[in-house]
Design a protein. Structure first.
Length: 382
């Protein structure tokens, strides 16, 4: 099996799905297959040297994709889209996979709008529905009048459609064929297992209430402020790139709020292990309620308890974290965790060991093969 992954990013390093792609690449290569990561397609006259660079990051080979016009200029005109975007992409991808059978290749899409210009590139594709795009204010295509129809076709015509949450699973099964929509939740990097956890370290000094992730408009700054006020003797430590100006303002107001900025991914396990409790402090919204937060898996891998706003975390691990339906219960859960240990550290790490990206890669390949067999059997009976 060969896999062509079509990214929504201009680069592979820093792409949030890289740990999964790395494990997928290892398994494909071990079986004699090839995986190629294609950057988000760009108009060839609007690219720079960084974009044009072919590189290998953690074993994953990445390639640029050039179009003859910006995709946005022809997204509403099927003929021009095919001639100026899809066909050039198809030719470039075929060059990367030259001397390999196109029928053994699976294309992999991540957003519904990709379906419009990638549906003719290969004979079969897998699709991952990562978030509740219906309510994603930052996703331009969700505001298009063609969004719902495109999503429906994207799911229905896929060989297999994966969702990262159980609520998303129900939503997509209503759109497509129930048999081709599968649950493939988030996971944790294999490298995070077996590292130091709070109970393994020397005496823990000050309490640390922490968060890891992009600190953007989705973070509830009012909740962060209340936490800073109620827990002045604790360090409120936020790790990640900050684009939320209100959070930056709070760091000047409260001495116990620490903004550490973006940190190398490999350093995160040690830093999270210093947390007394991890946070998932998103604003209440229908978009966030569908999330299956990656950071909850990472907190579990480090053995620490966590408090999250309403979300769609993996069912088998929900007893290991505190999921609050409102601000008051969020703060109550945080208070309880800080007042006593719950003795679930080992159970959390065992949960993480059962939910690694290498396991997810194995599950994804198995699902793709299972659906290939079903597809072949259906064609045989026609």
């Amino acid at each position: 099996m060969d896999i062509a992954l079509y990214s929504i990013s201009d680069k592979v390093k820093g792409f949030h799905r890289l740990p999964f792609i790395k494990q997928l690449n290892r398994k494909i290569e071990n079986e004699g297959g090839k995986l190629a990561y294609f950057k988000r397609p760009r108009f060839f006259l609007a690219t720079d040297s960084d974009y044009r660079r072919r590189e290998k990051v953690e074993g994953v080979s990445s390639y640029p994709l050039y179009t003859l016009v910006p995709v946005s200029k022809v997204i509403g005109c099927p003929l021009l889209l095919w001639l100026l975007v899809t066909l050039p992409i198809k030719l470039q991808v075929n060059v990367v996979f030259r001397n390999r059978s196109i029928t053994s290749r699976i294309d992999w899409l991540y957003k519904p709008d990709q379906y419009l210009y990638l549906k003719g590139v290969s004979t079969a594709y897998a699709y991952t529905h990562y978030d509740n795009y219906d309510d994603d204010k930052d996703y331009y295509f969700s505001h298009s009048r063609n969004y719902e129809q495109t999503l429906r076709l994207c799911v229905q015509e896929s060989l297999v459609a994966f969702t990262t949450g159980e609520r998303l699973l129900e939503k997509l099964r209503d759109l497509g064929q129930a048999t081709n929509v599968c649950y493939l939740p988030n996971a944790v990097s294999d490298e995070w297992l077996g590292l130091l956890h709070p109970d393994d370290k020397a005496e823990q000094k000050a309490e640390v209430i922490g968060f890891v992730g992009t600190i953007d408009a989705s973070i509830d700054e009012e909740l962060i402020e209340v936490i800073c006020q109620k827990h002045r003797n604790a360090s409120v430590r936020l790790i990640g790139r900050v684009t939320n100006e209100a959070i930056e303002g709070l760091s000047n107001k409260y001495n116990n709020l620490q903004l550490l900025g973006q940190v190398d991914y490999l350093k995160l396990p040690s830093m999270i292990s210093d947390f007394t409790v991890g946070l998932v402090p998103y604003k209440e919204s229908s978009f966030n309620a569908y999330r299956n937060p990656l950071k909850l898996y990472e907190y579990c891998a480090c053995g620490i308890p966590a408090v999250s706003v309403a979300c769609d975390f993996e069912r088998s691990g929900r007893h290991l974290v505190s999921i609050a339906n409102d601000i008051e219960s969020f703060l109550d859960s945080l208070e309880q965790i800080l007042s006593r240990r719950d003795g679930l550290r080992r159970e959390r790490t065992e949960f993480a060991e059962a939910n690694t990206w290498s396991i997810r890669a194995h599950q994804a390949i198995a699902q793709i093969r299972e659906h290939q067999i079903k597809e072949d059997n259906n064609e045989t009976h026609i």
